[in-house]
Design a protein around this ligand. Structure first.
Ligand code: SF4
Ligand code: SF4
Length: 351
């Protein structure tokens, strides 16, 4: 029989570390999106405003939805915090853990489709279903909380009290009426470690992140120049930021995964100068297959210039003087105005 227990068991077999069921309701937490947008925290992410109506209630995503199957997949392969390896150069880049393995959009989507196919094979009854993984218009963290996967921490990540927060949330909305799990209970308590550790003061209040200040937004979401006053704060972050998860006590003993999908090739800890010297085609080759290819290459190139500028290593200024070699591309040059601006800034900073 197609019930929650069988679905969870099959999901585990497909590689999902957590699985729970939430009712398809308009939970109060979903309403914060409008406040967040009104405060201008979305910055250039116009798609958030355009899709706010759909995100307000999963029944706008799938009108017949009665249940939401939410999965959590651990992607962390590194024990401890994300500090630089000893002996590494000052231009050593940091890449957020989720982006170090294969592109989770593709991996998780394939697994969700496999789950759905199996569900359809288990019943003669017709039912509607629609899957979601990050790029779809669903506030998955709210449904994850109500499916019992974890609570929404003050850093806005969903935290499971056994597995931590290094996980991709995804799931399936369905017209099937499945017995829901209870919601997870908030266990942040009086802790403010993530708020205190954020280098750009992007966590303006508990569960309230001003994306326009967040290093993840600045290095990935915006195509433009990174505001000058924020560049030194970015430090060695070439792609995203994990600081507010690194400091979270619930991640001290968080799970590590041996799933081959998340094992690399290692993209964290490389030399920004070495990567910079690549042509665009070569640079693309280094990040191919990862979620880092989800946005134009110029953003990574821009971030590398900022990391080099932040390195304090004057000998690296010379690398930036070779744009003819560094940014050649037969198809489409990544030498955008934002990259050129970052080159000039980095050279000034190192001079
Ligand atoms: S990801 Fe980094 S910059 Fe963004 S809120 Fe967390 S600590 Fe702050
Ligand atoms: S660091 Fe503390 S406040 Fe922040 S999410 Fe973790 S437990 Fe909650």
């Amino acid at each position: 029989m197609l019930g929650p227990a069988a679905i969870k068991q099959h999901a585990a077999g497909l590689g999902f570390d957590l699985c729970g069921i939430a009712p398809a309701q308009a939970f109060p937490e979903l309403g914060f999106l409008q406040t967040w947008l009104a405060r201008g925290y979305a910055g250039e992410m116009d798609y958030m405003e355009k899709s706010a109506h759909v995100r307000a209630d999963i029944r706008h995503f799938l009108p017949s939805a009665r249940s939401v199957i939410v999965t959590g997949t651990i992607y962390n392969t590194q024990p401890g915090t994300g500090s630089r390896p000893p002996g590494a150069g000052r231009d050593t880049i940091k890449v957020a853990r989720y982006a170090r393995g294969q592109d989770y959009h593709k991996v998780i989507e394939d697994r969700l489709l496999a789950l759905l196919e199996w569900m359809r094979s288990q019943t003669a009854d017709r039912f509607d279903a629609a899957h979601f993984v990050d790029k779809h218009q669903v506030q998955e963290r709210v449904y994850a909380q109500h499916a019992g996967l974890g609570w929404i921490g003050k850093n806005s990540c969903v935290i499971n009290n056994e597995q931590g927060s290094w996980m991709v949330l995804a799931g399936v909305a369905t017209s099937l009426a499945l017995e829901p799990d209870g919601p997870a209970v908030d266990q942040c308590g009086s802790c403010t470690l993530c708020i205190d550790a954020c280098p750009t003061a992007a966590i303006v209040d508990a569960r309230e992140v001003d994306a326009t200040k967040c290093i993840s937004y600045l290095t990935i979401e915006t195509e433009r120049e990174i505001p000058e006053h924020q560049r030194p704060l970015i430090g060695q972050h070439a792609w995203g930021c994990d600081i507010c998860q690194d400091v979270c006590p619930w991640n001290l003993a968080s799970s590590l995964t041996t799933d081959p999908a998340w094992q690399g090739p290692i993209r964290d800890g490389l030399s920004a100068a070495e990567l910079w010297a690549h042509t665009d085609d070569e640079l693309h080759e280094r990040i191919k297959g990862s979620a880092m290819t989800f946005v134009p290459l110029s953003r990574f190139r821009r971030n590398l210039a900022v990391v080099i500028g932040n390195s304090g290593d004057r000998s690296l200024a010379e690398v930036l003087n070779r744009p003819g070699h560094g940014v050649r591309n037969s198809a489409r040059s990544a030498l955008t105005p934002a990259v050129q601006d970052a080159i000039a800034w980095a050279k000034d900073r190192l001079a």
